[in-house]
Structure formats: C-alpha cells, structure tokens
Design a protein around this ligand. Sequence first.
Ligand code: SAM
Length: 305
Amino acid sequence: MEDWHRPVLLAEVLALLAPRPGGRFVDATVGTGGHARALLEASGPDGWLLGIDRDPEALVLAAERLRPFAGRYELRRGNYADVMEALEFSQWDAVLLDLGVSSLQLNRPERGFSFQADGPLDMRMDPNQRLTAADLVNTAGEEDLVRWFRDYGQEPRARSIARAVVRARPLASTWQLAHLVCRVYGRTGGRRHPATRVFQALRIVVNDELGALERGLHAAWRLLRPGGRLAVITFHSLEARLVKDFGRDRVRSYECPGGVDVPELRRPRSTEGRWVTSKAIRPSATELRNNPRSRSAQLRVLEKL
Ligand SMILES: C[S@@+](CC[C@H](N)C(=O)[O-])C[C@H]1O[C@@H](n2cnc3c(N)ncnc32)[C@H](O)[C@@H]1O
C-alpha cells in the first residue's frame, strides 16, 4: 500500500532486539506498523505488542497491516510519553522509538508537513491538538521565531527569516512559507531545499517532540525488565543528543550531585545499563538507495542491567 511507511533499519532493529516467542514489546511510535509487524512475526506464536501513536490515520493503517496477528497486539492512541508513564506492568522485553514523521504524514499535503506540495500550515501529528504551525508562525514574537529556527532547525539565517515572516504574515500555506524562505536565501534549489530547517523547527515545536522524547526515554526505561532493551531511531542531532545523554547517565557508575558533573563530587552507584551499540548504526548503502528517507537515521540500543 502506497501510504505504508517503509520501516528504516528494520533488519538491524530485529537483530538487536532479538524478539523471542512470548516476548512483550512496546512500539511507541507504531506509525503504519512496519516494525511492529516484523516484531510480531519474529516473536510468534505468542509474542505480544503494544503499539502507540498520536496519529489516528496511522493507527487505522497499522490495524490493517497487523490484522494477521489479531489477539497478539493492542493499539493505543496518545502521546507515547503519557501512555508509557501510565503503564503499570514493568517487565517488557523491548521498547522501540522510531522518531520523526512517517511517509503517511509527509505524503499528505493536507497535513502540512511538507513543502513539496502546497497545503495548510498545520504539522500536527495529533489532529485533536489545537496548536498548529500557522498559529506559531502568525502569532509568535520575532524573538521566539529566531530561537526556534536557530535551536530546533540549526538555521543559520534564523534572524532574517523570522523578520521576513513577521513582515509577511499572515501566512496560511506551506508554499507561502517555503517561498518566503527561498526569497531570503535568494535561491529555490540546491542539495537541500532552503526551507528544510525551518519546517523541521516548526514541526518540533508544534508537536513538542523533544519534550516527549525526554519524558518518553525515562518512561520506557522504567518499563523494561532487567536484560530488556530500548532501541531508538533518531533523525537529527537534537534527538540524537538526548538519547546519547540519557544513555550516558544510565551507563555511568557514579551520580553527580545537583546534576553537574564535577569529578571531585561524584558519588559511586551501580550502573543501570549498557550500550548494545557502541556507535550509532546507520543504514546500509542498499537501504539508502532503496529508501532515501532513511539517510539521516541512526539507531542506538541500550540494555537495562
Ligand atoms: C517514523 S514514524 C514510525 C514508523 C513505524 N516505525 C513504521 O514502521 O511504520 C513515527 C511515528 O511516530 C509518531 N509519533 C511521533 N511522536 C509521537 C509521540 N510523542 N507520541 C506518539 N506518537 C508519536 C508519528 O505520528 C509517526 O506516526
């Protein structure tokens, strides 16, 4: 089906999570169910999976894809951080977080995630949420826009773009915003579209993606049994930084009073986890060729001790 998102680093996720019959898995970003289906296949006949997504359209497709596994999974709609924080059972074998947007979201112009087609400035993963990208773009102060474009988009022309936005608003569509960024850059093409960073920044703010990840990592960790594994696929350096920092705090054998690492003040404690991946795993040349959207994907896996 054309809307089904092609799962990235699928073979690598399976090899590192090593799903077994009877295993219990949380796919916290189930999307259209690509990874979930493979986990259920590999853990037959009685592995069980909880799939979470905040996008109801994705869940409809996931349900269709997972139909052959009826009775072995449950799908829940919501923010993965909220859903996992509310779970009581804490003996899960693995939690998977495959971050970012799905092809389903990117391919539908009416969702407003992409500048490749014209659509409303929306970008909500959860259509019940009130805040949209248009709200941000049309009501935020220039300083907030600069900060978002710079901090979440790593946009070198954050100030000029923010100023141009404030001057041009109201902006209603993805193309209006994309054209405005192109005007600031004085070009429309290049290896990377000039609006890529601004779109990433707005998407992160609209969906509070980094806030969810920060909470979600802690919630996921609490759910794992000893020996259970947390696998995270990130797509940009801000996500990767949060995962690396989270892992470093689990792996180290001391704590830092006040949250600041001063060597003289370190207090010993037992290590909570170990990295299964010493370095981030990236897509193979074949995967990059077959699925260009995998190009910035990085997989890290942490095991609870
Ligand atoms: C890259 S896609 C996942 C694709 C999936 N692994 C597959 O194989 O089809 C990411 C999904 O995570 C969802 N998502 C992102 N942040 C979320 C959050 N905080 N809570 C729940 N779902 C989230 C998005 O709606 C999207 O469907």
